[in-house]
Write a protein that binds this ligand. Structure first.
Ligand code: OAD
Length: 233
């Protein structure tokens, strides 16, 4: 596979972190840690019940201390370090497991748990503690810091850079995502349009499986190291 590939774009979702012990969004019971995604991941939800939404992300942020990158994160970090061509890992995940594994060419398109966003002035700041509603922003002094999570209806981060990477890709790989949330679910269509090879690695067939040339089913900790071994020869 590797001979004719220069530029790689990798999209990851909650499935890559599942074996590290982080719950996926659309598990068998359809809940994310006991909540519907809409209860904790919309502008309306945080306006209606800021205490619930802030507490929810405080708990997710605290949980990061209990988990570690797995073999799939490690393999992608190794690929990032060794790959001479262009490579971009775009994650929908708000955990920090890719960077803890050592990945550098990385974009968090849906935000990050360890970041706070000022709803008043738009500045973002690293944040590792709990974040109660009404926490003042150090830049504008308004009591408007919120979790730096891209809620439904908000614009994901770095879409221009992501679009450029997809258009430039010879190989597009999607790992551990249900293909239920756009725009990420549509990247595969752009990749196909520009003639990239498209490969899905997932535990179960996803909503987007029909778009991929090839789907490999299994746990990320097996499939991703296998793929990276093939790519690095
Ligand atoms: P989902 O929970 O929708 O999908 C997770 C996918 O991972 C499913 O298709 C599972 O089959 C697969 N999976 C589970 N365990 C796996 C394993 N060990 N190895 C490989 N695959 C596995 O999560 P996402 O697709 O990431 O948005 O969800 C997309 C977005 O929806 C999230 O980023 C989040 C949510 O709303 C925001 O937080 C803004």
């Amino acid at each position: 596979m590797a001979q004719d590939i220069q530029n790689i774009m990798i999209l990851t979702g909650a499935g890559i972190s599942a074996e590290s012990g982080l719950a996926t969004f659309r598990g068998p019971d359809g809940l994310w840690e006991g909540h519907r995604v809409e209860e904790v991941c919309t502008p309306e939800a945080i306006a209606r019940n800021p205490a619930l939404v802030h507490r929810f992300y405080d708990e997710r942020r605290a949980k990061l201390a209990e988990v570690a990158p797995n073999a799939a994160h490690d393999a992608l970090a190794a690929l990032d370090a060794a790959w001479d061509g262009d490579l971009l890992i775009v994650t929908q995940n708000v955990d920090d497991l890719h960077e803890r594994a050592g990945a550098r060419r990385l974009i968090h398109m849906h935000g990050q748990l360890q970041s706070a966003l000022c709803a008043a002035c738009g500045v973002t700041v690293p944040w590792t503690a709990s974040l109660p509603p009404g926490t003042p922003c150090a830049t504008c002094a308004r009591p408007a810091l919120r979790p730096d999570i891209v809620f439904f209806g908000e614009m994901p981060y770095a879409m221009d850079a992501i679009d450029e990477a997809v258009r430039n890709a010879d190989l597009f790989v999607s790992i551990g995502t249900s293909g239920a949330v756009y725009p990420a679910a549509g990247f595969v269509q752009t990749a196909r349009h520009v003639g990239a090879r498209t490969l899905e690695l997932n535990l179960d067939p996803s909503a987007g499986s029909i778009w991929f040339e090839e789907t490999r089913l299994g746990p990320a900790t097996q499939l991703v190291p296998d793929l990276v071994r093939t790519l690095l020869g």
